[in-house]
Design a protein around this ligand. Structure first.
Ligand SMILES: [Zn+2]
Ligand SMILES: [Zn+2]
Length: 615
């Protein structure tokens, strides 16, 4: 495993910086300017003003029906539909099953006993026979990065461990791609991870020139701090043997002293990445819309942006989301968190908690305590295995407290990234400071992002302070063996992603993908949390005592996630009056072999009363 420290790809905002270009910046400014000076009356303006006047999250649900998408749904699907004769999991307080559910326009009209639901639905309702299939609330990923992620996903092919086990398979795939592309067209791929994918430690000119000599090839490491290119890509980008390393970055050279195609740190590979002409043609709104449409195949109906501002260094990111919302084509709702490095930009912008509508809304504020454990930058109480490295405090404890008190005092929810145990100590101290400042912590709903390493006494502090957890469960499945053998050792790794211990203390938690770190497949995340089996060694169950039930895992990806995103009043469960977001699965995740949950098929996905996907 490469043990050069690197930061959390997501929470460092690194993708946004990688994508930054004057052309893209101009596009974002244009989107923003068009919206801030509308030509005439706009429905969105009404929503914004009402939201502003009432100024609270609690009323946001009542505004939802006014949104453009809802209007579209009204026109398209005014009919009432009743679903019956299947397993209907409401994911309400008691995880009750219902005999039937009725949908009218974009809302759930009724749910419960069939006879009553049919009566309320009226005689002209369309009756749909589920034929034993399983209907449940649409899945919610409480922590993704869709603004930069949608552009990256549009430009680069995923070649990570969830798809290929070895470097050989990755290279074979790229060679296959090379036979399909036009002359000169770039072959770009992401999420290659030699720390877990078997094969060489790096891809060099040797491997990538064998993929293609005529087409530029660019592959980014899963960490986002390393990238690999072929000779053609260097040629097109104008990187020659006399290139000088930028400060803190490196164009790596082989034993012969010549460039070998490996690049360390973004500053080095950004010019190569940006030399791809596809970068100039990026349409960020279209990329986002397309991503949500792709994800509806996975059953997602609400997703999130946990580093808002990373693309444009401020408010234009929010305008991009609102513009995507106004198209009426988003297949999932988006909840966004302004990102702390742009603190001054936010102060100078109109952004505020609850801004937006039920489709796109500003939910909370994002802070970061430390780095990444697999990147050896998560802040630890003890040094990393076999080193004297304790990781890094990305924000000093004093600054973390100051920012937490400032933003919580303004009515923001806090989502604070904490990976290492000492990083999480700093998060707990920051929330304590919020409480000591006389702020009602229950209203702040503080959540710890990734929340990877937890000691018993930290779980008690979380409970006392009213903090919830959001686990990147892929840390267990994909990196579990590396976490044990390279990062923490056998004892400390038992403290990774303690979902069951949190549950036993009555602490709410969610499961997330942190896309682009892992791909947001809710059924796979359920399987990972239920089995805690590791991808590298299927016989190794990482901390079996932390396995949770299928029901708990479903909650973590529906109602708990809705709660963390301040949206439990409108989505997350099938209850009368909530928005009609649901999925139909071919099997009940509670009734299959847990090792096969990820194989369950999503048959249909509905968001806001409209069908967004059908198998
Ligand atoms: Zn993240
Ligand atoms: Zn993070």
């Amino acid at each position: 495993m490469n043990s050069d420290p690197f930061s959390c790809l997501c929470c460092s905002g690194a993708l946004g910086q990688l994508l930054y270009s004057p052309a893209l910046s101009k596009k974002l400014t244009k989107i923003s300017a068009e919206h801030q000076a509308p030509a005439g009356f706009s429905c969105e303006a009404v929503i914004d003003r009402r939201d502003f006047v009432k100024g609270s999250l609690a009323v946001a649900g009542t505004i939802g029906a006014l949104s453009f998408s809802a209007t579209k749904a009204n026109a398209q699907a005014a009919k009432t539909r009743v679903y019956r004769n299947g397993t209907i999991l409401t994911v309400d307080e008691t995880f009750s099953e219902a005999e039937a559910v009725a949908i009218r326009e974009n809302k759930i009209l009724a749910v419960g006993e069939e006879i009553e639901v049919l009566q309320l639905a009226g005689s002209d309702a369309e009756i749909i026979d589920l034929k034993g299939k399983v209907l449940l609330p649409g899945f919610i990923d409480a922590h993704t990065h869709v603004v930069s992620g949608s552009i990256v996903a549009g430009l680069m092919d995923y070649v990570g461990m969830a798809r290929f086990g070895t470097a050989e398979e990755v290279l074979a795939h790229l060679k296959q791609r090379a036979t399909q592309v036009k002359p000169g067209e770039w072959i770009a791929a992401r999420n290659f991870d030699p720390s877990v994918q078997t094969g060489p430690n790096a891809l060099t000119f040797v491997e990538l020139d064998a993929v293609s000599k005529d087409n530029p090839v660019f592959v980014m490491n899963a960490s986002g701090h390393l990238a690999y290119a072929n000779s053609k890509a260097f040629e097109v980008a104008g990187i020659t043997e006399d290139v000088i390393n930028p400060p803190g970055a490196e164009y790596v050279r082989g034993e012969d002293g010549k460039l070998n195609g490996v690049m360390k740190n973004q500053v080095a590979f950004q010019p190569v990445f940006q030399a791809n002409p596809a970068m100039q043609n990026v349409n960020p709104v279209a990329a986002l819309v397309e991503l949500t449409q792709t994800w509806s195949k996975l059953g997602l109906t609400t997703i999130s942006e946990l580093a808002l501002g990373a693309l444009s260094s401020g408010y234009d990111d929010a305008e991009l989301l609102f513009a995507a919302g106004r198209t009426g084509d988003l297949a999932s709702r988006i909840r966004a968190y302004p990102f702390y490095p742009y603190d001054e930009a936010w102060d100078a912008s109109p952004i505020h908690p609850g801004q937006g509508d039920d489709i796109v809304r500003i939910a909370g504020y994002k802070l970061v305590a430390d780095g990444s454990n697999q990147g050896f930058t998560g802040l630890q109480r003890e040094p990393y295995l076999g080193t004297d490295n304790y990781g890094l405090a990305y924000t000093s404890p004093e600054d973390l407290k100051r920012l937490a008190v400032k933003r919580a005092g303004q009515g923001w929810q806090l989502a604070i990234h904490g990976n290492g145990d000492a990083g999480i100590d700093n998060v707990l101290d920051a929330v304590q400071a919020v409480k000591d400042a006389g702020i009602d912590v229950a209203k702040v709903r503080p959540r710890i992002e990734h929340c990877s390493i937890l000691h018993d006494e930290q779980i008690v502090r979380m409970k006392d302070l009213g903090i919830s957890a959001s686990f990147l469960i892929g840390h267990v499945h994909f990196w579990g063996v590396a976490m044990r053998d390279e990062v923490f050792g056998e004892e400390k790794v038992e403290l990774l992603d303690r979902a069951k211990s949190c549950e036993d203390q009555g602490i709410g938690y969610t499961l997330h993908s942190d896309f682009t770190v892992t791909d947001p497949d809710p059924l796979h995340m359920i399987e990972m949390a239920v089995t805690r089996k590791t991808w590298k060694d299927p016989d190794y169950v990482l901390a079996p005592q932390e396995r949770i039930s299928v029901e708990s895992a479903i909650r973590a990806l529906t109602i708990e996630a809705a709660w963390q995103l301040n949206s439990e009043h409108e989505v997350g469960s099938l209850e009368t009056g909530k928005l009609a977001d649901f999925v139909i699965l071919d099997k009940d995740p509670r009734k299959v072999d847990p090792d096969t949950i990820k194989d369950i098929r999503v048959l249909e996905t509905w968001m806001n009363g409209e069908q967004r996907y059908s198998a």
